[in-house]
Design a binder for this molecule. Structure first.
Ligand code: GAL
Length: 677
């Protein structure tokens, strides 16, 4: 078997969505492919929820309809991303293997009638998914329509953890392998506290329901264990496919919206990274979260082009109030993904379902049919992607890295933290949004990664920071880097144990400080920060202050009010060739501007100077650059760029007007200076 390619065999950019034709009579399929062609669709994901149709009884396969479907797609020039249906085993499976059901933390066994309820610890489930993936690959490995494999669906949702007896047995084996001895386990979990010491492996329990909070180190390991088990299930299917087929294999991630999966690890297992993203309706600036998710996906993909496997043409159905996308919004969303590295733009789903849980979810072809606004916009977007086909394969480059570590997210989200108002995702978003508004393109990075190519490294939420990661960051500063660290970082090690030497101690040299005591504010309480570097300013703050013990850092702002009045709020420390900045209070995205402007000056990073509503990212090709502009404002905005707008064919000498709500993809030659944007 030859090594798999890292991109599906397709011309141009990929465009399409999930397609579930088993929900429709055969004659509808002909309509579907006709309309897909009209929309420029060149790939659809099929079979993701089709187990019950593919194997109606154990060991009895029905591939006839899938043969027909793949042949039909191929005859119409549409490729297939063939799913394995492991996220939704059939009724007969759970009837026959009731132990394969998931048990939640309160001991409730989850029944059939939904999706995603099989236990990663079930040997019958693992056998069955290997069989099914192998059977599909054997039959369709050479089918000309099949250009990619799509294993499972969004690992980790709707359930990841299993507290059933088999999962607990795997958990004990996993711990034994990790720690080797009970002494090591007891030390790592700090079981001397509350008398939790274990004297036998069979006494070790899962972190299920307990009278008060569970040992946090145990919970952190449980998150690692659960993620490992899910990855094992992925590998079972991947290997079964690989025995018969060599198309690239993926599984759809959920970047910033995933909790249970450490995507740095997952990305190593797939041939090509794909991601799902849905706007969060309550957020009026949800497109900033979208951009964050896209940058995070590109970063876990190691900078290589990636697949936007799912987003929505308009409303979703699973939020409290499912707002519809405004005219033009879908196109802006899709172009932001493209600009941030996606070479495939896909949706959930092609045709809206009449029945079932998701009938109020939008689709490329809505209930209203082909003569609808949404379908017209779908056709228009398909045309844009054809016009912008040259963008394919070009890459995004960034001078700034934002540290993102799922282990830190898991650890920080545990109970009994100093303040409920300190949230990993909230801080990540605020710091990212500051950079986004300043038009600064960023990568995300793991704190262990080589960071030397970045001018600036930002750590908004590095609560768990191992000693070796901290040493990596310190070296980065010593060698001339600029590091910006937010409060409640470098607090604990990999076992959720406070670092020896106290809070922030592992970054003491880089930041020139440690933290003696946290001083959280009451709910709703606000305070002020007096900024004294350069032009003086008073900035609003809330949630957090602290008692910083300076060890060489210069104070550039102090708390004017609040429990930490008179104490440092923001500091700057020269160390080696570089600078370590520290923010010891919560500043919102607007107040952060003052901090970032000073940090940019140290780092030699230049904000774009464009209006905040004009999102611009450059993709670098072999000989040309592609400037992707998305105007989120109502007014036209001027973009300094010379080249050809691939969407309109318009040539621009030095400035392009991007209409309010509009988009552009401008091809520039390197010499024209287009890469400056
Ligand atoms: C995704 C899922 C799809 C569909 C979609 C609806 O998370 O993968 O199958 O449920 O959400 O937004």
């Amino acid at each position: 078997m030859t090594a798999a390619a890292s991109w599906p065999r397709l011309e141009g950019l990929a465009y399409g969505g999930d397609y579930n034709p088993e929900q429709w009579p055969r004659e509808t399929w002909d309509d579907d492919v006709r309309l897909m062609r009209e929309a420029g669709v060149n790939i659809v994901s099929v079979g993701i929820f089709s187990w019950a149709m593919l194997e109606p009884e154990e060991g009895v396969y029905d591939f006839a309809w899938m043969d027909d479907l793949l042949d039909l797609l191929h005859a119409n020039g549409i490729a297939a991303d063939l799913g394995t249906p492991s996220v939704s085993p059939p009724a007969w499976f759970f009837h026959r293997y009731p132990d394969a059901r998931v048990t939640d933390k309160d001991g409730t066994v989850m029944g059939f009638g939904s999706r995603g309820m099989a236990s990663h610890a079930s040997p019958e489930y693992r056998e069955a998914i290997a069989r099914m993936a192998g059977a599909l690959a054997e039959r369709y490995g050479d089918h000309p329509a099949v250009v990619m494999w799509h294993i499972h669906n969004e690992y980790g949702v709707p359930v990841a953890e299993d507290f059933g007896p088999r999962a607990v047995a795997s958990w004990r084996r996993w711990l034994e392998e990790r720690y080797g001895s009970l002494d090591a386990l007891n030390a790592a979990w700090g079981t001397a506290f509350w008398g939790q010491r274990y004297g036998a492996w069979e006494h070790v329990v899962a972190p299920a329901a307990t009278p008060t909070i569970v040992n946090p180190a145990m919970k952190l390991d449980w998150a690692r264990f659960t993620d490992d088990q899910l990855r094992e299930c992925f590998v079972v299917e991947r290997d079964a496919i690989r025995a018969h087929a060599d198309q690239p294999i993926t599984t759809n991630f959920m970047a910033h919206q995933s909790w249970n999966t450490d995507l740095w690890k997952w990305a190593e297992l797939v041939d090509v990274v794909s991601d799902d993203h849905y706007l969060w309706s309550p957020d009026p600036d949800a497109h900033v979260g979208l951009a964050l998710s896209a940058d995070l996906t590109r970063s876990v993909a190691g900078g290589k082009p990636w697949i936007l496997m799912e987003h929505s043409t308009s409303a979703v159905n699973w939020q409290g109030r499912n707002t519809a996308k405004r005219p033009g919004e879908m196109r802006r969303n899709a172009l932001t993904h493209l600009g941030r590295g996606a070479d495939a733009i896909m949706f959930f789903q092609w045709r809206a379902s009449r029945s079932g849980a998701e009938k109020f979810h939008s689709a490329m072809l809505p209930h209203a049919g082909a003569s609808s606004r949404v379908f017209r916009e779908v056709v228009e977007l398909g045309g844009h992607l054809q016009d912008a086909a040259q963008v394919r394969g070009s890459v995004v480059e960034a001078d700034v890295a934002v540290l993102y570590d799922w282990e830190s997210l898991w650890a920080q989200d545990l109970e009994w933290r100093p303040s409920d108002d300190v949230q990993f995702r909230e801080r990540m978003r605020a710091f990212y949004e500051r950079l986004w508004r300043d038009g600064v393109t960023v990568d995300f990075a793991h704190p262990d990664q080589d960071l030397s190519r970045y001018r600036l490294v930002v750590a908004p939420a590095s609560y768990l920071l191992t000693a070796s990661s901290a040493a990596n960051l310190t070296r980065y500063v010593e060698n001339g880097g600029t590091l910006l660290v937010n409060f409640f970082s470098a607090i604990v090690d990999e076992h959720d144990a406070v670092h020896e030497g106290g809070f922030v101690a592992p970054l003491r040299d880089a930041l020139g400080l440690t933290v003696e005591e946290f001083l959280p504010l009451r709910e709703g309480e606000t305070a002020e920060v007096r900024w004294t570097r350069g032009a003086e300013a008073v900035l609003p703050s809330d949630v957090w202050q602290e008692d910083i013990a300076l060890a060489g850092a210069e104070v550039v702002a102090e708390n004017a009010t609040g429990p930490g009045a008179g104490k440092p709020a923001v500091t700057r420390n020269e160390h080696g060739e570089g600078v370590g900045w520290y923010v010891g209070t919560r500043l919102d995205v607007h107040a952060l501007k003052t901090v970032f402007d000073a940090v940019y000056a140290d780092a030699g990073v230049e904000p774009s100077g464009l209006p905040e509503t004009l999102e611009v990212v450059t993709r670098h090709g072999a000989a040309e650059d592609f400037v992707v502009a998305v105007n989120h404002g109502d007014d036209a905005a001027r973009l300094p760029v010379a080249g050809t707008d691939l969407l309109t064919g318009a040539e621009t000498e030095g400035e392009l007007e991007v209409p309010g709500g509009g988009v552009a993809v401008v091809r520039t030659s390197r010499e024209s200076g287009g890469e400056e944007v």
